[in-house]
Write a protein that binds this ligand. Structure first.
Ligand code: ZN
Length: 399
């Protein structure tokens, strides 16, 4: 009995030793010993290429993420500045994913057939679909809704500014555009608390020029930085802007955001200010805001964004925007080390969770929404040039 028991112990140990040796050999072979890494066998691949355009069938979508995800692999590329892509991916009938931003607002899934060692060309341009529910508040000086509709073919619901007085008035929208010159309506403590809750819970906003009131507070002419603006849900310590700009064109404005540079395919552009006394940004906190474009004469930001706003609250956050329980947004790491957000079906997400992906935004632990602000206008009729139009497209596609 004793010897048999001893034999079993030895046999068991030998099995373990063999297992360890095998794991060790696999590690040497695959160069990686990370516990959560899946060791995969290479899949046969083919090439697929095509062009991505907006819903209007016309406007190309640059820097869109194109990917195929299988249980054994993730194959991805980006569209170029003309919306064209060429992707090498696992052969077979596959779901081709097309996304911008986190993939939760603009996304298309197209069933394609990829043939091993062959190139398949999609003969027709593929539309990037609007998944998000969007709304806009009209303004005297701006019309972001016409960029959305006429330049891209997407749509937003008109809402009255009084909707900002109750979270129910905006919570069903993924993003709200606040145009410059909201008539007969002022920011106040109620709009502040509504916007704070909305952005904290994942809702995005875009404001142009005078609509800075809704971010930083109401401006009083003649006051300098250091004098707090009235209301505004973003503390004055994080941004200070003053209505001082003149009618002018900023020639050769610097596109400092790498992402925006890639989208535009250039790093400088002219920005037209068609009206005087626009909100010139005097100061931004760089830990909070990402500066996208600056004035070359003094380095002041002309276009900023942030997804770092978060307000702790004991009240549960409201559900924001369209809801689709079949889809999940995860943070995936590309072979280059770059982290990207992808929105995929819950079935597809299984293999991503097993290699360590987490749900939610990659760079935003609270999953807050975006705050976008342009010092310049967005109206269509002659006052904005092609570059400005494309900046606004970028903003819309990356909400
Ligand atoms: Zn992944």
């Amino acid at each position: 009995m004793h010897s048999l028991y001893l034999y079993q112990i030895i046999r068991h140990s030998m099995k373990n030793i063999t297992r360890f040796m095998l794991i060790g050999l696999s590690c040497i072979f695959f160069f990686s010993c990370k516990k959560d890494e899946i060791i995969t066998t290479p899949e046969p691949t083919g090439i697929i290429s095509g062009k991505i355009v907006a819903q209007n069938n016309r406007t190309p979508i640059p820097n869109a993420l194109i990917f195929v995800t299988t249980p054994n692999g993730f194959y991805s590329t980006y569209t170029d500045v003309d919306g064209n892509f060429t992707l090498t991916a696992a052969a077979g009938d596959r779901d081709l994913h097309i996304q911008t931003g986190n993939g939760d607002k603009f996304r298309t899934v197209l069933r394609v057939s990829i043939t091993e060692d062959q190139t398949t060309i999609l003969s027709l341009p593929v539309n990037l679909n609007q998944v998000a529910s969007l709304a806009y508040i009209p303004g005297t000086y701006d019309k972001i809704e016409s960029i959305l509709r006429d330049t891209l073919g997407y749509n937003a619901q008109y809402i009255d500014p009084n909707n900002l007085m109750n979270i129910i008035g905006i919570s069903s929208y993924d993003a709200v555009f606040i145009n410059c010159g909201t008539m007969n309506f002022n920011t106040n403590p109620t709009t502040d608390s509504v916007l704070a809750r909305y952005v904290s819970a994942g809702g995005s906003i875009y404001a142009s020029d005078y609509a800075m009131d809704f971010i930083e507070g109401k401006f009083v002419l003649g006051t300098a930085c250091g004098t707090d603006r009235y209301f505004g849900f973003i503390p004055d310590s994080l941004v200070c802007s003053r209505r001082t700009g003149t009618v002018s064109t900023v020639v050769g404005a610097n596109v400092v955001s790498q992402e925006l540079q890639t989208y535009l395919g250039r790093n400088a552009m002219d920005i037209i200010y068609n009206l005087g006394t626009w909100e010139r940004i005097q100061y931004v906190n760089n830990d909070f805001w990402e500066t996208m474009i600056t004035d070359p004469t003094d380095g002041s930001p002309l276009f900023i964004r942030s997804n770092q706003y978060h307000q702790n609250s004991s009240t549960p956050p409201p559900a924001i925007g369209h809801q689709d329980p079949t889809q999940v947004t995860v943070c995936h790491t590309l072979p280059t080390g770059k982290k990207v957000n992808i929105t995929i079906s819950t079935d597809e997400a299984v293999s991503h969770f097993s290699h360590g992906d987490t749900t939610g935004s990659c760079n935003n632990p609270n999953n807050s929404g975006w705050i976008y602000f342009t010092t310049f206008h967005n109206e269509q009729n002659g006052f904005i040039n092609q570059d400005m139009k494309r900046i606004l497209e970028f903003m819309i596609l990356n909400l």
